[in-house]
Design a protein around this ligand. Structure first.
Ligand code: 4AD
Ligand code: MG
Length: 461
């Protein structure tokens, strides 16, 4: 018989027919006559209850313990018990895999998220991670859908890169040289010309620069891939390996860019609300009673748009004591971002026109000679969720900035070429996928929204 997903059986459905399910046992209880087995197959947060004759199934029931994997065929009937409207009266039970009650780590409910991080290989079997991973999937799908519906092309930018132009932080080296005995040049430095690619290469910190090349040919593109940063930041919002969505649009100025970012985020949050109701209800109940209200609020409010200089003024006049002092020219810390969003404005904020010295070389320079056309979207709880800008499309201005910042021209000649041949005004941004998932699920630590988090000292699984 063909397997039916539990999600399908729990929808309003006719009863009385024979069904077949396969999944993992969450709990088993009962008495001498009858056993009640709660089975989950990952298709939905809810379990289905299997009712089995304890005498007829006596032998097999010994192996039906929490964590075991089973297949059950039986009759789908209306349930008289509380908490479910249908259940299965078992006709056959097959055990595919037992789970020893003394050693299975998820024996009981209510493990801490910290403990579950230590068993990341098993935590997808908990309600919380099932919910988070289904929401994560829905958001990834919605991202592709949004862009496809809006005429963007999905561009695959490289993961191994020979340029460090972004300056977004330390990079992970990619090499096949013998770490213990690398070839050396006369001056003693490692000779990377003998390395696999004939030069130094790393894992990318962003697909943007290559994304721009695509936008200046296809009009509107987006990348959605893994990015890597070797910063030693042990915070609830940083991963060493995270996924980033980077749209890049020819002929967009910073205002078009902000409009897109706002519409995009609202669409994604709305998509999750409309398609992940059960999982979000569960997460809300477990972790943040205000979650659904917050998500509804973001979907319907207008984001506040504020220049960096105004924001500094607000922060300086706030009378609030920050851990990191703030004045014009400093980069904002998440405490400052959250103050603006949560205390001052009460809705998401798009902050623009940052000092050029704290932003990347490619951002379009304003006429004041001090600021650039940057835009960061700041969210409650998360702080920065999006970073982006209008790009400097003027060849001379860009080259100047490259020289000023000491970026070797030989590393970015191909990028400069786009400004020499048919340059165009253009803009783009990067959305941190895990920060989005964090926001939508209400999880407070970013390590709990990616299946296998990579952080300093941690790449076990
Ligand atoms: O602000 P960032 O560094 O911007 C860029 O990389 C640009 N190239 C994007 C662009 O314009 N195409 O990173 C973008 C976003 C941040 O706003 C944040 O949400 C996320 O990526 N992010 C991280 N997420 C998890 N862990 C980290 N270590 C992150 N660093 C950035
Ligand atoms: Mg940023």
């Amino acid at each position: 018989m063909k397997r039916t997903e539990i999600a399908k059986l729990l929808k309003p459905i006719e009863t009385g027919m024979e069904v077949f399910i396969q999944g993992w046992v969450r709990t088993k209880r009962g008495n001498k006559q009858v056993a009640f087995i709660a089975v989950n197959d990952g298709s939905i947060i809810h379990n289905i209850q299997v009712v089995a004759d304890a005498v007829a199934f006596e032998e097999v029931l010994k192996k039906v313990t929490t964590g075991a994997c089973i297949g059950v065929s039986g009759k789908l009937v209306e349930s008289l018990g509380q908490g479910q409207h249908v259940e299965i009266q078992a006709h056959t039970i097959e055990v595919y895999g037992t789970a020893d009650a003394d050693t299975y780590p998820l024996q009981k409910k209510g493990h801490s998220l910290e403990f579950l991080r230590e068993i990341a290989h098993l935590r997808p079997r908990t309600n919380t991670f099932g919910a988070v991973l289904r929401v994560r999937h829905a958001l990834a799908f919605a991202i592709h859908k949004y862009f496809n519906d809006h005429g963007f092309y999905y561009l695959h930018t490289p993961i191994i890169t020979g340029s460090d132009a972004e300056g977004a932080g330390a990079m992970f080296r990619v090499t096949t040289l013998d770490a213990g005995n690398p070839p050396r040049k006369e001056d003693g430095h490692v000779d990377f010309s003998q390395d696999f690619f004939g030069k130094e290469t790393s894992l990318t910190v962003s697909g943007q620069l290559e994304g721009e090349l695509g936008a200046l040919a296809l009009g509107r593109i987006y990348t959605f891939g893994p990015t890597f940063r070797a910063e030693n930041s042990n915070t609830p919002r940083h991963l060493a390996e995270f996924w980033m969505i980077e749209p890049e649009m020819a002929f967009y100025d910073i205002h078009d860019n902000m409009d897109l970012a706002e519409d995009f985020l609202k669409y994604l949050i709305g998509y999750a609300l409309d398609h992940c109701a059960d999982d979000l209800a569960f997460l809300s109940q477990m972790y943040d009673k205000e979650l659904l209200n917050t998500l509804e609020m973001i979907r319907s409010v207008q984001f506040e748009r504020l220049a960096y200089t105004e924001a500094i003024d607000i922060l300086e006049k706030s009378g609030h004591t920050f851990e990191f002092p703030v004045h014009w020219g400093t980069d904002l810390q998440s405490e400052h971002e959250r103050y603006l969003v949560e205390k001052h404005v009460g809705r998401p904020v798009i902050l623009t026109d940052y000092p050029r010295d704290i932003k990347a070389f490619y951002m379009k320079q304003n006429d004041d000679g001090k600021t650039v056309r940057a835009m960061d979207v700041l969210f409650p709880r998360i702080g920065e969720i999006i970073g982006g800008s209008q790009r400097e499309e003027n060849y001379d201005a860009l080259l100047n900035r490259i020289h000023e910042m000491g970026i070797p021209e030989k590393d970015v000649w191909w990028y400069l070429d786009t400004r020499r041949f048919g340059t165009a005004p253009h803009s783009g941004f990067g959305l941190g996928f895990e920060r989005l998932v964090q926001f939508v699920t209400g999880m407070t630590n970013i390590r709990d929204v990616i299946p296998f988090p990579r952080t300093p000292q941690n790449a076990e699984f």
